[in-house]
Design a protein around this ligand. Sequence first.
Ligand code: NAP
Length: 366
Amino acid sequence: MTAPLTLPTSTIPDPAEAPGLRWGVIAPGGIARNFIGTMHAATASRLVAVCSRSRERARVFARDFESDAGLATAYADVDEFLAHEGLEAVYVASPHAQHFALAKHVLEAGIPVVIEKPMTLNAEQARELFALGHQKGAYVQEAMWSCFMPHYDVIRQVIESGAIGEVTGVIAEHCQYFPFDPEHRLYAPELGGGALLDLGVYPLAFAHWVAGSPEEIHATGTLTATGVDEMISISGLRDRTVYAVQTGLGARGEVGAHVLGTRGKIDVDSWFFVPNSFTVTQFEAGERGEDLRMRFTYEDSLPYELPRHPEGGNFGMAFEIAEAARNIRAGRLESERWGAGDTLAVLEVMDRVREAIGVRYPGEEK
Ligand SMILES: NC(=O)c1ccc[n+]([C@@H]2O[C@H](COP(=O)([O-])OP(=O)(O)OC[C@H]3O[C@@H](n4cnc5c(N)ncnc54)[C@H](OP(=O)(O)O)[C@@H]3O)[C@@H](O)[C@H]2O)c1
């Protein structure tokens, strides 16, 4: 009989207590608004410089995020932006296809960088950025925000405790419906479009988080009229754990994740990659051989209070911002929670999946 489980608590420190850094943002679009809004609401870090392709857009962004540190300086030139006095970290929030060139520029200036997911279009580009970070002594982190969150931390602890037995399966899915629009970055090959890099990166990162880097990968998929991936099924094998990942932009799905073990399972609430709750079931572990269920409720399980989002959203990015701030201040070059090995392993899987279904981005022809 399995020993009844007591749920562990999260070991993720309060983001409000992380060091406050002076940040710059490149490409102030939709996700940059979330990131800087979260930074100001839930951490001690502050925006001091903004770089857009349009100085006017940078000015508008700076005005919208004026803080107790004052008004951030607006730039339309990356070199001028990188020369901003006292810049301690840069967040790159462009579409994926521009991540590599922009982050390379930042690292060449010796400045730590956090790059939106997926960090680059392929593993080769990411390898080059991590190597450059090491050479320049500058921190590099993919903004895989879920992997810095408390519920992922507790899921990892539950698995390691043996409470669900040996993990033999992972199922994760991220499908959303986006009406066909060849101009939208999700459909545009020149912007790194397709479901895999944008949506599939989350279930693949979850499967990697649980099972590790796969030895075997099989993938099938369909393509959009613009030649990027539309719906994909991926299966992976690592040691004795199989995983099944489904992703797509042509249908709306559950956005769920499940860890299957020989003596129990973990079902993460939808959407699994935002701050969320989950249920652990232990098979036949009760006194009369009944299944035992235990609930991890995200908000009740934190040892600190997080600020409430005025629009009912979440401040989940606070954990990745705090992780970067702590590591940069400590002089580390990558995160132990989601570092170079993790980013590269997932990008290598995505390279293999794209190869299998025939998706190549401009510049990858060789
Ligand atoms: N963590 C998350 O939850 C999450 C959610 C959504 C997206 N993302 C990631 O964040 C990144 C950006 O997504 P988004 O939805 O914010 O995209 P977006 O709004 O389409 O683009 C972000 C900004 O990038 C700049 N940009 C657009 N096209 C560019 C180009 N060709 N070259 C250089 N800069 C360009 C634009 O700013 P300027 O024109 O002002 O320079 C734009 O406002 C993607 O990699 C995506 O995967 C993450």
